[in-house]
Design a protein around this ligand. Sequence first.
Ligand code: NAI
Length: 311
Amino acid sequence: ATPDFRFDGRVALVTGAGRGLGRAHALLLAQRGAKVVVNDLGGTKEGEGSDAGPATDVVGEITAAGGIAVADTHDVGREEGCHALVETAVREFGRIDIVVNNAGISRFATFPEADAENLERTLDVHLRGTWHTTRAAWPHMVEQGYGRVVTTTSTGMLGLPDNLAYATAKGALIGFTRSLAVSAAPHGIRVNCLAPNAITRPSTSAAKPNITTTPVDEARLQAMQTGLVSPMMAYLAHEDCTVNGEILVAGANRFARWFLGITPGYLSAGEGVPTVEEIAEHWDEVNAQDGYYVPASLMDWAAKFMAHLAA
Ligand code: NAI
């Protein structure tokens, strides 16, 4: 029988849920029984300004469909905003089981244009927002011995030079997810990372200097709708989620694991310190992917990388 992945009795907080992927996440969680805090500051895609409209509209959609939700318009780019939105969940619904860190902004710039302000605001929303919101929810999750945290990275971090601060923040979230997952495990908390792929406001934006975007036709829009990402989010947010510290890619009907692998590498057998020339000579072995491994943890990596030191 197909398990019925429901969220009855669960309280979920979705940041940036007034539009795009966050909206789709909030609708799915609510449809499956969760009480949802729909957080959205409502600014432009670059993160300017604010508008209560998007969060309020999504709450309207959820309630019209018979679900339960409240709107929250705090800025996750500010630590006090993150604490306040977790307080909204606890005040309105009495607990917090699920945090989906989804809010994001996009400020296209690379070096030398990408300046401190670009970096800071991008890190504020994506990285510090995730950090502070999750940290604010943490004591509640530890106390109840249960929690599900989803962070949002991007395959853009594989190489998105025109959005350097964004790629930087998204890379940092992978380290955050994997390491927090280790602290989370003994408390019944799981922390996983979603790499979505859908056509939303940022991806249809015309304001991408130096980038030529292919015009989006209706068929492609349908094939890459936000709702096709949310089932993976819901799996990671569910009690029956089996993984912790993992990165999952979802979009356009494909669902995949994104992992960090390490090559067996070249082991110098020489006496003393290997020379630079020795490394250059063995470059192919350093890079050969045969027999690569995917460390389950830092200890697992250390055991494999330093296997030759084991007595
Ligand atoms: P979107 O712009 O449609 O939605 C993001 C929402 O976050 C907006 O409604 C915005 O008002 C809200 N938001 C922004 N800053 C906020 C703040 N400081 N506090 C509260 N809310 C804030 O963008 P989309 O595409 O739905 O993005 C959602 C997440 O998915 C982002 O983290 C994005 O980086 C990530 N992502 C999206 C991809 C895609 O293909 N659409 C690809 C990879 C990652």
